[in-house]
Every structure is written in structure tokens, then in C-alpha cells.
Design a protein around this ligand. Structure first.
Ligand SMILES: Cc1cc2nc3c(=O)[nH]c(=O)nc-3n(C[C@H](O)[C@H](O)[C@H](O)COP(=O)(O)O)c2cc1C
Length: 351
């Protein structure tokens, strides 16, 4: 499929001259106005993935945080992504943290962000998702909690009830480092309570994923898997951004508070993915995220246990041709190792 082109500027030098948040706003604005990059999206049966009742045309998804307000999911699907996760949404609209709150560490191919769940809120986002819900393409929603909420668990319940009918899947995101205390919901007792209340609120059998941080102890990981299994969670998304700065070369903004994403996150998030793959022992699908810049990176996540992958930061540096490029090259990696499908390759490194 070729998408009409007025926009070679996506991910281009022009946008890199703007500050990171303005560049992002400009990109969303152009996409909303119908700008499209010219992308030939390959299709290959070997890349098809069946997971939690959904049929993915390929395993490469757009991670949450790019389209926070569900304004351009279809434009992003047109770039070749096999699925798109929008959000995070919180019940009430929220401004997020003070600016500046997102920093590009160019030589590290990394980003540090502390947006803090800025979003248009449940009403606006639900209306947008409802309007497009009859269209083709797998679009899921990332659920967050308001900063000033008295009962954060109730925030997930409220958003899930409203949005589940309009999306293909929901993700409970308790791993953003930018809402103080949020990651404490990953602890065993809090997580059991959260997952029992959220799963009780489901009205469909659409998949419900749980997205975790990479900064976890082995005990945390075991607890998360036990809780997720006990509540029939459809899969784990591994991982969100990290609070560590390991692998970051000297940069004036390296010490900024927030979550680090991009190339320096690849190693940590893939190790954590591998740990989760061993822990779930084939009983629960995993979605690998963190520092994917190429088909080779995506393939490494698959070998480490991911049935699907997602990316965001690489899109900033590589531009809109990246998903189709990865999709085009992934089969070569399968071939080289003698696999005839993604499914055969999943977790080959941890078996
Ligand atoms: C600017 C920015 C905003 C993000 N916002 C969210 C969010 O709202 N919810 C979420 O679950 N993850 C969010 N993420 C994390 C990404 O979804 C992803 O897990 C992480 O960036 C690692 O992937 P990457 O290295 O390919 O970017 C955000 C990441 C960035 C860079």
C-alpha cells in the first residue's frame, strides 16, 4: 500500500531544529491535517501473529505516548504498524508537568521525558476512539491515573469501563516514572487489588495488558507474574522508560529527571524481558518495548520472548519509514535462523 505524500518532513531535519515538545506537536498537527509520508508497507504471511484473540498483520506496534490523545491512530497504522497504542488517558484532562519536560539526547539516540500524563481526558479521547472504532486496524488504549486522584485504582476502572467497547485492547500502565507513587502499584498487595478491581469491570473479552517498568527486583518480577496470572491478564508489556541512566554518554541533559527511552534502554529492557520470559514459562504472552531501532533489535526482542514489539523513540530519530523498513527486513532474520513464523522464534534465546 502506498500512502500519498505531502510530508517528507516527519522526522526530518526541520523538526529536529524545534525543541522536542514543539517538534512533536508539529508532527501531530501535520498528521491530523492529512499529511502522510510515502511509505510502501510490505505484507508477509510469516509476520502474522495471533495473540489474545487478535490477528496482527505484523508484530511491530507503536508504543504509548506518541499519540497521547488518540488524534492520529489511523495515520500511524498507515505507516505499517501492526498495531497502535494511544494514550495514556486519565479520567480528568491534565496539563502534566511544567515545561521543558522532554529532552532529546541526540548522540545517545535517547529521550528523557517527564510529561506526567498530559492528556485531553477521558471524554475527549473516548469520543475520538468511538468515532474510529468501526475502522480497520488494531488500536489499543494505555490507561493512567490522575496525579491528584484519591483512588488511583478507580481511575483505571473508570477509563476501562468507558473505553473498552471502542478499542481492540486496554493496557494498565502502572510503570510511568512521572506520576509520583504510581509505580508502587506494582507491589504485590496493591497490584492484586488493582487487577481484581479492573478485571471485575471488564465487559468484553478483549485483551487487557499490564505494562511494567524495567527497574524491578527479581522478587518484584515474580510477584507481578503471579498476580497477572491469578487475574488472567492477557499479556505483559515490558517495558516502560527507566529511571536509571546506565549506558548514557555524557550530555548536558543526561541528569534531567524523568524516564529514559531509546537506545540506552535496549539492553536493560531486553534483559528484563528475558527475565519475565523465564518467569512466565510460556504461560503468558509478552510484548517487548525499549530501544528498538532496527529489524535486528526487534528480532532480538522476539528471541528474548516477545510475541509482539513496540517502539516510539526510534521514530523520532529515524522517521516515518522505520516501521515498514523493520517489517521488510524481519523475514530475513527468520530465514537465517530457519524459522517459518514469528511464533517459532518467540523465546528461542530463553528455551
Ligand atoms: C515522550 C514519551 C512519552 C511517553 N508516554 C507514555 C505513556 O503515556 N504511557 C506509557 O505507557 N508509556 C509512555 N512512554 C513509554 C513508551 O511507550 C515506551 O515504553 C518507552 O519509550 C520505551 O520504548 P522506546 O525506547 O522505543 O521509546 C512514553 C515515552 C516517551 C519517549
Amino acid at each position: 500500500m502506498t500512502v500519498p505524500l505531502p510530508l517528507a518532513t516527519l522526522g526530518s531535519r526541520f523538526l529536529t531544529l524545534l525543541d522536542a515538545e514543539k517538534a512533536h506537536q508539529a508532527t501531530i498537527h501535520l498528521l491530523k491535517r492529512g499529511a502522510r509520508a510515502s511509505v510502501r508497507v510490505p505484507s508477509d504471511d510469516r509476520l502474522k501473529v495471533s495473540l489474545a484473540g487478535l490477528e496482527f498483520s505484523n508484530p511491530v506496534g507503536l508504543a504509548a505516548g506518541f499519540d497521547k490523545n488518540a488524534e492520529v491512530p489511523d495515520a500511524m497504522l498507515a505507516l505499517g504498524f501492526g498495531f497502535v497504542e494511544v494514550g495514556a488517558v486519565t479520567p480528568k484532562a491534565q496539563l502534566g508537568n511544567d515545561k521543558p519536560r522532554v529532552f532529546r539526547l541526540r548522540h545517545n539516540r535517547a529521550v528523557i521525558n517527564r510529561y506526567g500524563f498530559n492528556n485531553d481526558g477521558l471524554d475527549a479521547i473516548s469520543n475520538r476512539l468511538e468515532k474510529r472504532s468501526k475502522r480497520k486496524g488494531i488500536v489499543g488504549i494505555n490507561l493512567g491515573a490522575n496525579k491528584d486522584s484519591e483512588d488511583r485504582t478507580e481511575d483505571y476502572v473508570t477509563s476501562l469501563k468507558r473505553l473498552e467497547p471502542h478499542v481492540s485492547f486496554c493496557t494498565v500502565n502502572i510503570s510511568s516514572p512521572n506520576t509520583p507513587g504510581l509505580r508502587a502499584l506494582q507491589g504485590r498487595a496493591a497490584l492484586d487489588d488493582l487487577l481484581s478491581r479492573v478485571t471485575a469491570a471488564r465487559t468484553t473479552d478483549k485483551p487487557l495488558f499490564l505494562k511494567v517498568a524495567p527497574d524491578l527486583t527479581d522478587e518484584d518480577k515474580a510477584d507481578i507474574v503471579a498476580s497477572a496470572k491469578a487475574h488472567n491478564i492477557s499479556g505483559l508489556i515490558v517495558s516502560n522508560t527507566t529511571i536509571s541512566r546506565d549506558g548514557v554518554a555524557e550530555h548536558p541533559d543526561a541528569g534531567q529527571a524523568g524516564g529514559l527511552s531509546g537506545a540506552p534502554l535496549f539492553r536493560l529492557s531486553t534483559e528484563v524481558l528475558r527475565d519475565f520470559a523465564r518467569e512466565v514459562a510460556g504461560d503468558m504472552p509478552l510484548i517487548g518495548v525499549g530501544g528498538i531501532f532496527s529489524a535486528r533489535d526487534a528480532y532480538k526482542k522476539i528471541l528474548a520472548g516477545a510475541s509482539l514489539v513496540q517502539l516510539y523513540t526510534a521514530l523520532i530519530y529515524q522517521g516515518p519509514g522505520l516501521p515498514s523498513d523493520i517489517i521488510r527486513k524481519l523475514p530475513e532474520f527468520l530465514d537465517a535462523d530457519g524459522f517459518s513464523s514469528i511464533k517459532e522464534a518467540v523465546g528461542a534465546d530463553v528455551r
